[in-house]
Design a protein around this ligand. Structure first.
Ligand code: UD1
Length: 339
């Protein structure tokens, strides 16, 4: 069975390709390499022994998208990651974000419809909940307008997919990720943000390796035990495995609704200072950080209710915060030629 993975050379995409291949599935990746490099497929090959097929083009081109499905008529299902993902950039350039993330997804759906490919796993985000009124947050929680255009593209895509499901034979699973961090144990693949990282963990590891002078901790006056915001950090390999389970659920027709939604988190929240402490423990050094003002748009605290995913997918995250930090650190060391 052949699976199309869009954005398969990206951070979560590449870890998912590894898990799919390790389950014996054939993978075709589509990526425009706008935020990744071709080298990622060699990392995947080192881990799995198989180099995935990589088609380099932009899904915003409908003709190339249609040609892809003609070239690979045996594609049975799609895992869709390809998207721009910087919150800050999306605030500055909303049209670029809406254009890219929405148009590419619409083209993908059209290509799927034309070729009779009717299984889709979509990469969504807990950002669709905003600051939830109740924690842990369940899939039933009311959706709030996301804080950024990036977040809103996820919300809009959920709606577009759900409407397409209602009007066609498409079956979809929308996976709402909490905060994916860490890297593959082998350190052959990991997160490689271009430019200055927005997210906490790449910023921590880049500070520790000396690429950045210090980490700014955005606020310590929140209503949390140590004053810093709380997130549900989840190991990227645990997250990747959930995609394989979701895909099989669709293909084996085990889904209970045509469009299902699952939270992917650990169910446990950690503060920024707790995350730093875990990093210091596994790296054996002190991290240079300074408390600065709050970052606009940050929510105070969020963690997942994972019961639905645990029960329905038979999936559970297994790796703890220290493993997340150790693998992220090994990846940074590997990039510096020190692992
Ligand atoms: C962010 C996005 C979310 C997106 C996710 C994808 C926002 C509001 N949300 O989540 O929509 O799906 O990234 O990766 O931006 N922090 C620091 N210093 C830093 C960086 C982060 O203190 O240099 C803190 C933040 O204030 C936050 C925590 O670390 O409390 C996690 O931040 P981050 O990794 O950026 O993720 P989110 O903001 O939760």
């Amino acid at each position: 069975m052949k699976i199309l993975v869009t954005g398969g050379t990206g951070y979560i995409g590449s870890h998912t390709v590894v898990e799919l291949q390790q389950e014996g599935l054939d993978v075709v990746i589509v990526d425009n390499l706008s935020n990744s490099t071709k080298d990622v497929i060699y990392g995947i090959e080192k881990i799995t022994g198989t180099r995935p097929v990589l088609e380099v083009f932009d899904l915003c081109d409908i003709n190339l998208t249609r040609q892809l499905f003609q070239k690979h008529p045996d594609i049975r299902a799609v895992v869709h990651f390809a998207a721009y993902k910087s919150v800050g950039e999306s605030v500055k350039e909303p049209l670029r974000y809406y254009h890219n993330n929405i148009l590419s997804s619409i083209n993908l759906l059209k290509g799927m419809m034309d070729s009779g490919v009717d299984h889709l796993v979509f990469s969504s985000s807990c950002t669709v909940y905003g600051q939830p009124d109740k924690l842990p947050v369940t899939e039933e929680a009311p959706l709030k307008r996301p804080e950024s255009p990036y977040g809103n593209t996820k919300k809009v895509m959920e709606d577009i997919i759900s409407d397409t499901v209602s009007s066609s034979g498409l079956k979809a699973i929308l996976l709402r990720y909490f905060n994916p961090i860490g890297a593959h144990e082998s350190a052959e693949i990991g997160e490689s943000p271009t430019g200055i990282p927005d997210n906490l963990v790449p910023y921590i590891t880049q500070t520790a390796i000396g690429k950045r002078d210090h980490l700014r901790v955005f606020g310590d006056d929140y209503d949390t035990p140590d004053g810093t915001p709380i997130r549900d950090y989840i190991h990227v390999v645990d997250l990747a495995k959930a995609h394989v389970v979701a895909l099989k659920r669709l293909v084996d027709k085990k889904n209970k609704k045509d469009c299902e939604v699952f939270n992917l988190g650990t169910g446990r929240g950690y503060s920024v200072l707790e995350a730093i402490k875990a990093f210091e423990k596994v790296s054996g050094g002190k991290l240079n950080y300074k408390i600065v003002d709050r970052r606009p748009g940050d929510i105070v605290k969020v963690w997942a209710d994972t019961k639905l995913a645990n029960r329905e997918l038979g999936w559970k995250s297994g790796k703890g915060l220290e493993v997340m930090m150790r693998t992220a650190w090994n990846w940074e060391l590997k990039l510096a030629g020190k692992f």
